[in-house]
Write a protein that binds this ligand. Structure first.
Ligand SMILES: Cc1cc2nc3c(=O)[nH]c(=O)nc-3n(C[C@H](O)[C@H](O)[C@H](O)COP(=O)(O)OP(=O)(O)OC[C@H]3O[C@@H](n4cnc5c(N)ncnc54)[C@H](O)[C@@H]3O)c2cc1C
Length: 356
């Protein structure tokens, strides 16, 4: 892996010295090679029955229920951990360590040597659960080839990923050189970025309360800071590449009629293969769960239908980011929106004054 260009995204790279032009890298590449996609067998709305697990997860906590189960069965789990500002996939074999994977990190995760470790685990006869973005799971399935019988792939419904470089620049912009030992991007269903240093929260911004305060979140949410491949993502569609797809059950109809509370978020789980369905069946007792139509999940979640569009605002952001730091470039790219917001605030103030 190497970082590329001003954007700093991680990209696979060919080591020219050892390349023998065999073409295998293109065959296993999730972007260029063939991929098998399947329409989900059904859909579930679900959340963890364990309330502390539930409230510390981004959606309904289904990822950690799956991970706990895999370790209880003697398997190992791979997922994304934020070690300070270092966002990367790690291997977990002890349930006590599963906290590391909790929560969405809205940053490109570094998978570095993880695919090799997964292959070694599979060769040693272990069951492996890997959770990641669909492009990561697609790449891993191709990489392990025939060994995939014991591999359980779970992908996230994915907007797209900004780079770690952008995230680091933003963190330095908002808190200076202070050490960061924990980052969190969600507070249940709310999009809250918080940074902690020595166990104390040193920065907190709630995107739902003020969408112009934190420019990293704004750029992520409105899709201007992603990798090129995200705008052409072949996995942002109803047909899926993994055994199970999970995400937020946005757009669920009549959530109040569900026989369980959803105040801290709700997961959607889409089993795609029989193996995925059997795995969900095995964790059923640890979940509040209700079957729903796949179409309902697809209708409520744009990224189950198409990738984020590459708009003029993306080009604008990229042009600014070529010469300015991240926060300045993102703020300028949204200047028109900010101006409109300011003007509408002024208008309301004047109208209120006139009415008095
Ligand atoms: C970049 C990104 C974009 C997303 N976009 C959408 C979306 O558009 N619509 C939607 O419904 N859901 C989206 N999600 C998924 C959603 O935010 C939750 O992660 C998902 O619902 C799982 O929540 P949970 O409560 O089950 O588990 P959590 O406890 O939140 O567990 C998170 C799981 O996700 C994995 N993970 C976390 N960050 C990353 C990362 N950067 N790269 C790879 N794997 C990671 C961890 O390994 C862990 O297993 C996105 C997630 C990410 C990381």
């Amino acid at each position: 892996m190497e970082t590329s260009g001003k954007g700093g995204y991680l990209q696979p790279a060919v080591e020219a010295d050892s390349c023998i032009n065999c073409g295998i890298c293109l065959k296993v590449c999730p972007v260029y090679g063939d991929v098998e996609l399947h329409y989900p067998l059904t859909a579930f709305a679900a959340r963890s029955r364990d309330s502390s697990d539930y409230i510390t997860s981004s959606s309904g906590g289904i990822a950690s229920v799956l991970s706990s189960y895999m370790i209880e069965q003697g398997g190992v789990v791979y997922g994304c951990h934020a070690d300070g500002l270092d966002i990367r996939h790690v291997r977990i074999e002890d349930k006590e360590e599963l906290w590391k994977l909790k929560g969405s990190k809205y940053v490109q995760s570094n998978v570095s040597d993880v695919f090799r470790k997964v292959r070694a685990d599979l060769s040693a006869g272990l069951d492996v659960l890997f959770t990641g973005t669909p492009c990561q799971t697609a790449g891993l399935r191709k990489y392990v080839g025939k060994l995939s019988d014991r591999l359980y792939l779970v992908d996230l419904i994915c907007h797209g990923v900004p780079s770690q470089k952008m995230f680091r620049e933003h963190v330095r912009h908002v808190i200076g050189n202070e050490d960061v030992d924990a980052v969190s991007f969600r507070d249940g269903p709310r999009f809250v970025l918080s940074l902690s240093s020595s166990g104390k929260v040193v920065y907190r911004s709630d995107f739902c309360r003020n969408p112009f305060e934190d420019m990293y979140y704004r750029a992520f949410f409105y899709g201007i800071s992603y990798r090129d491949s995200c705008y052409k993502c072949r996995f942002a569609r109803p047909e899926r590449v993994s055994d199970i797809t999970i995400g937020d059950f946005w757009g669920i109809k009549n959530p109040g009629t569900l026989p369980f509370g959803t105040e801290a978020g709700l997961s959607v789980a889409l089993p795609v293969t029989e193996k995925g369905l059997a795995l969900l069946d095995a964790i059923r007792d640890s979940l509040f769960i209700e079957e729903r139509p796949v179409e309902e999940a697809v209708a409520g979640n744009d990224q189950l239908r198409h990738p984020f569009r590459f708009t003029r605002r993306v080009s604008l952001f990229r042009a600014f980011y070529g010469i300015l730091p991240f926060d300045a470039a993102a703020r300028l790219a949204f200047m028109d929106k900010q101006l409109m917001r300011w003007l509408s605030g002024m208008k309301h103030k004047i109208l209120r004054k006139d009415a008095k």
